[in-house]
Design a protein around this ligand. Structure first.
Ligand code: ADP
Ligand code: MG
Ligand code: MG
Length: 245
């Protein structure tokens, strides 16, 4: 069974149909991009997976088991972690404190500063990131904060990571660094749902892409069997006019 599969997912807000009949499946170690224009339903889909919204209809399976994800904690318990566009770190706490923040001592971890620091360092090292766990988060660049968020997800044993436009505020070098980290997670078997408007960067990481338009499921394509032109024409719902002979 895939790590995640969803079928027939619908979500309405009053009169707005945000999602209708949406399907998505993600394998372990797969980066699955979700593409669509503004208002296509991407964020709503991600919020359903991370427990912010409960769908009106549809089935979600995780590890082959039907699940009802009704809250952030429950999503986290399944190993589904979302990295928000607006980062959620606490600026005046250290990197290590942020990585362990808000969690009950579990799996033998106690609120012990040395262990927190070592655990944080281990997660950062796995990502190949050189950040001192004792640094205050406010002293970090946006790119570094993003890496801390990913390290935090790793420390939670994330099995499905949802990334909403993670490179949107990064320069070229930091974006390349982040894509390398995504590839590292992929090798570790983490499933990744990846939302981005930068279609050019998808080539470096993506296995498949699902296209949404106006809340509707349009298509899923294997990356090697499609083109950016085809993805864009599916996103906008019409053939692109040929610009180059
Ligand atoms: P995207 O992330 O692809 O830009 P969204 O999921 O944010 O799309 O939005 C899909 C549709 O649902 C839009 O028409 C949006 O206005 C509507 N929508 C999203 N969230 C809400 C909400 N909380 N209340 C009302 N309408 C919403
Ligand atoms: Mg939007
Ligand atoms: Mg959005």
């Amino acid at each position: 069974a895939p790590l995640l599969s969803m079928e027939g997912v619908c979500k309405r807000f009053d009169n707005v149909v945000a999602l209708s009949g949406v399907a998505l499946d993600v394998q372990r170690g797969e980066v699955h991009a979700v593409c669509g224009e503004n208002g296509a339903g991407k964020s709503t889909l991600m919020k359903i997976l991370s427990g912010v919204y409960v769908p009106d209809e549809g089935e979600i399976r995780f590890d082959g088991q039907p699940v009802r994800i009704t809250g952030l904690q429950q999503a986290q318990d399944l190993g589904i972690v979302m990295i928000h566009q607006e980062l959620n770190l606490v600026p005046h706490l250290t990197v290590a404190e942020n990585i362990w923040l808000g969690r009950e001592p579990r799996r033998g971890w106690f609120v012990d500063r040395t262990r927190q620091r070592d655990g944080a360092r281990a997660c950062l090292q796995r990502l190949g990131v050189d950040i001192d766990p004792d640094t205050q988060v406010s002293a970090l660049s946006i790119a570094q904060q993003q890496m801390v968020e990913i390290a935090k997800a790793l420390s939670m044993d994330a099995r499905l990571l949802i990334m909403d436009e993670p490179t949107s505020s990064l320069g070229e070098a930091d974006a390349a660094r982040l894509l390398a980290v995504v590839n590292e997670l992929k090798r570790a078997g983490v499933g990744i749902v990846y939302i981005s408007h930068r279609l050019d960067e998808l080539a470096h990481i993506v296995d498949r892409v699902t296209i949404l338009r106006d809340g509707q499921y349009i298509a899923t394509r294997r990356w090697g069997e499609t083109s950016i032109d085809e993805i864009v024409s599916l996103m906008v719902g019409r053939e692109l006019t040929q610009q180059f002979p």
